[in-house]
Design a binder for this molecule. Structure first.
Ligand code: SF4
Ligand code: SF4
Length: 76
């Protein structure tokens, strides 16, 4: 199964996440300009559009197990 993760060692923590508008199901969450963005895996279906939208290549497609539990796909 394909999902995505934001690599926070690469992410610039832009005040306005430039990849966020690319997500058709609003799975990229950035609650506050000063907080890091993360992927809501309950919404994400792995289309990959956000991967191309981040100008810093901080979002990567990953393979996760079928349940998605314990996969570490959301990292801080
Ligand atoms: S994921 Fe990309 S666009 Fe979004 S805050 Fe991080 S570096 Fe910026
Ligand atoms: S892979 Fe698709 S659904 Fe998942 S966060 Fe990126 S744009 Fe949204």
């Amino acid at each position: 199964m394909l999902w995505v993760e934001i690599d926070w060692s690469i992410c610039h923590e832009c005040r306005k996440c430039l990849a966020k508008p690319s997500c058709p199901v609003r799975a990229i969450v950035k609650p506050d300009p000063d907080e890091a963005a993360y992927i809501d895996l309950d919404r994400c279906y792995g289309c990959g559009k956000c991967v191309h939208a981040c100008p810093f290549s901080a979002i990567q497609l990953i393979h996760v197990n079928r349940s998605g539990k314990g996969c570490g796909a959301i990292i801080r």
